[in-house]
Design a protein around this ligand. Structure first.
Ligand code: AMP
Ligand code: MG
Length: 345
């Protein structure tokens, strides 16, 4: 299959481009679309053949359910039912935006989408292109991240093409994603609500709205069966081994220097480390200033992909401190390192 790459304005999507993408969706094809978090691989949620194609194109196991994307609250009624009280509070506070809610599923919803679970994950994205495409299709779109299963999520159209060229009908290129890590997922069918995946909407923000939330601990070994989908420890992983460090900046610098003496190393460093790395001749890819969690989140997946492609023996990165989206970055790094953290002091 030839994959068509179309450029589209991120702020004022051209109607003819959106119409071309909607025409693909209408015949059950797959279209990669930009969202504010990462690029999503979109298909008509009400077309079972299209839904099955998503799993095939990504190489994704059918035990891993899909997020349903809506553009208007009216679209929710065909997808979910019996909304818990937390629903309207969170929709009011965070939609459109990078928050996915688990709701009781509507019985008519294709059970492949929910991997047989009683809940459905729903989100209203805050990206003009995604919203325009959903509206043009007139149907909710299922859209997991537009990467091959277990690769880092795509934050540019080039990442999507790298993983899925020849496997999908179209990629809409609206430039790099603003947030760069996947949406926060919160299960509001339980009380207190449980955060299943951290993202740009932080635990602190959810607590402000709901009063109390729990964060699901994510310490499963790859060999263990996951009690909930999306809990696999090995995820977002580059092929190159990744060594995750935790500790003060000076200790991290010394540890990286030592690793560099033994192995061909690329360091996903912070802006504050660059002079030191240059002095020692260590290859780097800067994630941004150590205190700028938003910039680190935006850079993370592109840096993992670039480091992987450059053919080093090891990727070294230190955990960022801080709350908010920095917590989501720590979660992604933890999984990319398959749950091993090296503490240095
Ligand atoms: P992605 O679309 O690639 O960001 O992945 C979607 C993730 O949403 C999955 O890996 C699951 O972790 C989560 N998810 C979707 N539906 C459900 C559900 N019904 N219950 C729990 N988690 C879900
Ligand atoms: Mg994904």
């Amino acid at each position: 299959m030839k994959t068509h790459l179309l450029t589209v304005s991120a702020t004022h999507p051209e109607p003819d481009v959106i119409a071309a993408a909607a025409a693909c969706i209408a015949v059950g094809e797959l279209v990669a679309m930009p969202t504010e978090t990462v690029y999503g691989l979109a298909a008509d949620a009400h077309n079972p053949v299209a839904v099955a194609r998503i799993f095939a194109a990504k190489g994704r196991p059918t035990t891993d359910p899909l997020i349903v994307h809506i553009a208007d609250i009216d679209q929710l009624a065909a997808v979910a039912t019996d909304y818990p009280p937390a629903y309207s509070l969170l929709a009011e506070a965070f939609w459109p935006g990078p928050l996915t809610m688990l709701l009781p599923r509507h019985r008519s919803l294709n059970s492949t989408i929910t991997a047989g679970f009683d809940t459905v994950a729903v989100r209203m994205p805050a990206h003009p292109v995604a919203l325009a495409l959903i509206r043009a299709c007139g149907t909710p779109l299922v859209a997991p991240s537009a990467n091959l299963f277990s690769h880092p999520s795509p934050t540019t159209a080039a990442h999507v093409v790298h993983d899925l060229d020849g496997r999908i009908a179209m990629v809409l290129d609206a430039g790099a994603c603003r947030i760069g890590v996947e949406s926060t997922i919160v299960d509001i069918t339980q009380t207190p609500a449980v955060i299943l995946r951290q993202g740009d909407v932080s635990a602190e923000q959810l607590t402000t709205v709901l009063g109390e939330v729990m964060v699901l601990q994510r310490t499963l070994a790859t060999s263990q069966a996951a009690p909930a989908p999306g809990m696999l420890l090995k995820h977002y992983a580059p092929r190159t081994p990744l060594r995750l460090l935790r500790g003060p900046a000076a200790a991290v610098q010394q540890a990286v220097a030592q690793i560099h003496r033994q192995q061909h190393t690329i360091w996903l460093c912070y802006a504050e480390d660059e002079a030191y790395a240059q002095h020692l001749g260590i290859a780097t890819f800067s994630l941004g200033a150590v205190s700028d969690g938003a910039q680190i989140a935006r850079s993370l997946f592109a840096a993992l992909r670039a480091a992987d492609a450059a053919g080093y023996a090891v990727i070294v990165v230190a955990e960022p401190n801080g709350t908010g989206v920095a917590a989501a970055v720590r979660d992604r790094l933890f999984r990319a390192a398959e749950g091993v953290i090296h503490t240095v002091e």
